[in-house]
Design a protein around this ligand. Sequence first.
Ligand SMILES: Cc1cc2nc3c(=O)[nH]c(=O)nc-3n(C[C@H](O)[C@H](O)[C@H](O)COP(=O)(O)OP(=O)(O)OC[C@H]3O[C@@H](n4cnc5c(N)ncnc54)[C@H](O)[C@@H]3O)c2cc1C
Length: 444
Amino acid sequence: MSSEDHQDIILIGAGAAGLAAAAALGKSGRSVLVLEARDRIGGRIWTHLEPPLAAPVELGAEFIHGDSPETSALLRQAGASTVDASGEHWSLIEGRLQRRTESLLGKVRAAFERAAVLSQPDVSLESFLCGEGGRGLPEEAREMARAFVSGFDAADPRLVSLHSVAEEWRSGGMLDSSQSRPLGGYRTALLALSAGLDGSRVRLQLHTVVSAVRWNDHSVEVEGRWLGQPFRAHARKAIVTVPLGVLKAAAGTPGAIRFTPPLAAKQAALAHLLSGPVLKVALHFRRPFWEERDSGRYADASFFHAPGKVFPTFWTALPVRAPLLNGWVGGPPAARLAELPDEQIIRHAMDCVSAILPAGDGVPELQAAYVHNWARDPYAQGAYSYVGVGGGNAREVLATPLSGTLFFAGEATDTTGEATTVTGALRSGARAALEVGRHLEDRR
Ligand SMILES: Cc1cc2nc3c(=O)[nH]c(=O)nc-3n(C[C@H](O)[C@H](O)[C@H](O)COP(=O)(O)OP(=O)(O)OC[C@H]3O[C@@H](n4cnc5c(N)ncnc54)[C@H](O)[C@@H]3O)c2cc1C
């Protein structure tokens, strides 16, 4: 490959959004060059298979929240299916594990509705909980709302838009949706995506860190380093799919991209969108020791909750039986933890396991532990996006093409209610491919 190159479209990033866009554009007969900084495709999807461990280790995305026709279609292509991940939830309450029966989040949702928050000016979740609207809510319900927004949305309750939370929790929305996993891991969906790329039209170039994009009304020039050497390519259009954290990164930092002219039309949207941190630790034990504890009481546990602990949530691989526990923490506590070296993060996770499932017969024996610090990963700079106060239309603005040459995809640009997820990323890639196709048609 030459270092000076020309094609219809340059795609920056080979995660779910980039691969979905590349597949659609290749099918419509366009020449596409996909530039990816890492030595692998998938971005924030990263599955490890560790035979003979029966369950995959997911360092990034793991669950399908609700229905995802896009993911299901990919899994079908790969001859795979999904498995239901709902099961027993056990919570550490007053030092004892108890079956969780009532979700206090319903009370918070009812308070949102009573206060008609969506027709009021936007504030942060924290302001709502501490203000008039939150009066009358039990302190436990407030705490659970904060914990949920940190843990699930990776958001800071003091910064997250109340409107965005209320939309997400609306009846029939995320709180009521099912959870499943791709059997064999998300890598199966990636394999289907990459198998769908038409090799005669789509070229995928790994090890290519893009550092500059120059654009005008007619064309785009991209510059960076390919295997450490200077690299440049030209195209009529470009689709930028790098994560929000990378788009917001200060010029000159690893992974950051300098746009010329700068993305002035996106600055307000970028300021209203935040990249939330998550730390996920996969602990591979010699035996699924929790299944044997207390005469098998937790044998069908899917989730363990330990409010206030460093890792407040753990889950098992059920319905697959495997000696694997995943620890999870998101939001501000994850940001603090992300400053530590991996060994200390793993030790914190192990301490939490010992507190949740105290062992009379000693600390359970660990075979392996896996952690990836997405907040410190220069090509992710966070786990996924959330909307800050007043950022109602920020995702739409971020998704809007510039000058018919520069297009935007990635989970943060999804406007179908699936932002933050793999489904949102896939949809945004398909949407950007359609937009580019339309512009290329118009200019024939
Ligand atoms: C720990 C964790 C758990 C998650 N759990 C779930 C879950 O259970 N379910 C779910 O649906 N979603 C989950 N997500 C979110 C999901 O992984 C993402 O929404 C989705 O994968 C994003 O896809 P994307 O294509 O938008 O971005 P990415 O996958 O990040 O793709 C962007 C690509 O751009 C590349 N790139 C970055 N900078 C440059 C550069 N300068 N030059 C060239 N290339 C560059 C990156 O390497 C990357 O490959 C999770 C995420 C994390 C981190």
